[in-house]
Design a protein around this ligand. Structure first.
Ligand code: NAP
Length: 243
């Protein structure tokens, strides 16, 4: 009997998550696409990937910042072999302009969402003594970004969570790693004007912005058996922006 591995990717309706869903479907995984607002995009992606690659692929709604919705999503989808915590939110403003609401929203989606999903995914992984979790942080979580203190703090928290959780669950056969993307061309960069984009491109030693597929390839590697001895690590995929 062939066992098909199942992956849940949060925030997979667009951007990095959608490219990651495509990469895993192409590799034969059954893919669960989590979305929050973009139902049409998520449904269309699930339909396209299942027709193109002949794998089970479905879209499931949950706001990852809401623990009840995360619990309900896991009850609906059942056990998974790989969890990719990709759903994210960012905004740019001076530190002194960050409101309580903006701080809470950023921490809730980017950090608490990762915690809620790990908490639901782990019991069955521990029981089976296998599983992989990949958390999408950011290079700003490593070095900090001016005018993104709330986002940098949340993404630094994701790195800390990854390291500590990796130590705790390694004896149970579960690996937990992190990817810290550089500047990647997605909707998240929509707030930046062309001048800022040119400056960021120039600052990237490889001379271009990253693509969602650059991150998807790293996630596929970290999920698979070729990364069997890698846990607790943060893999920078940033074109050399920070080294
Ligand atoms: P994006 O294009 O803005 O897409 C964000 C995704 O997250 C969407 O699918 C959105 O779903 C989902 N999402 C947002 N809030 C959610 C919530 N509360 N519950 C569930 N899903 C939610 O972003 P991206 O650039 O692909 O970013 C993906 C990840 O990479 C994020 O964690 C981001 O912080 C990280 N990252 C991005 C960059 C970059 O330069 N783009 C750099 C470093 C790190 P709906 O549309 O369905 O609401």
């Amino acid at each position: 009997m062939i066992i098909i591995a199942r992956v849940l990717i949060t925030g997979a309706s667009r951007g990095i998550g959608a490219a990651t869903a495509a990469a895993f479907a192409e590799s034969g995984y059954a893919v669960i696409i989590n979305f929050n607002n973009s139902k049409e995009k998520a449904d269309a992606l699930a339909y396209r990937l299942s027709s193109e690659f002949g794998v089970e692929c479905r879209a499931v709604r949950a706001d990852v910042s809401n623990p009840d919705e995360v619990r309900a999503m896991f009850a609906e989808i059942g056990d998974i072999d790989v969890l990719i915590n990709n759903a994210g939110y960012s905004s740019q403003m001076l530190f002194t302009d960050i409101t309580d609401e903006e701080w809470q929203k950023t921490i809730s989606v980017d950090l608490s969402g990762t915690f809620y999903c790990c908490r639901e995914a782990l019991p069955s992984m521990i029981r089976k003594k296998s599983g992989a979790i990949i958390n999408i942080s950011s290079m700003w979580g490593e070095v900090g970004a001016s005018c993104e203190v709330h986002y940098s703090a949340a993404k630094a928290g994701v790195i800390g969570l990854t390291k500590a959780l990796a130590k705790e669950v390694a004896p149970s056969g579960v690996r937990v790693n992190c990817i810290a993307p550089g500047v990647i061309s997605t909707d998240m960069m929509r707030g930046f004007d062309s001048e800022a984009i040119s400056a960021l491109t120039e600052e990237t030693p490889l001379g271009r912005l990253g693509t969602p597929e650059d991150i998807a390839s790293a996630a596929l590697f970290l999920a698979g058996s070729k990364a069997a001895f890698i846990t607790g690590q943060t893999l920078g995929v940033n074109g050399g922006f920070i080294i």
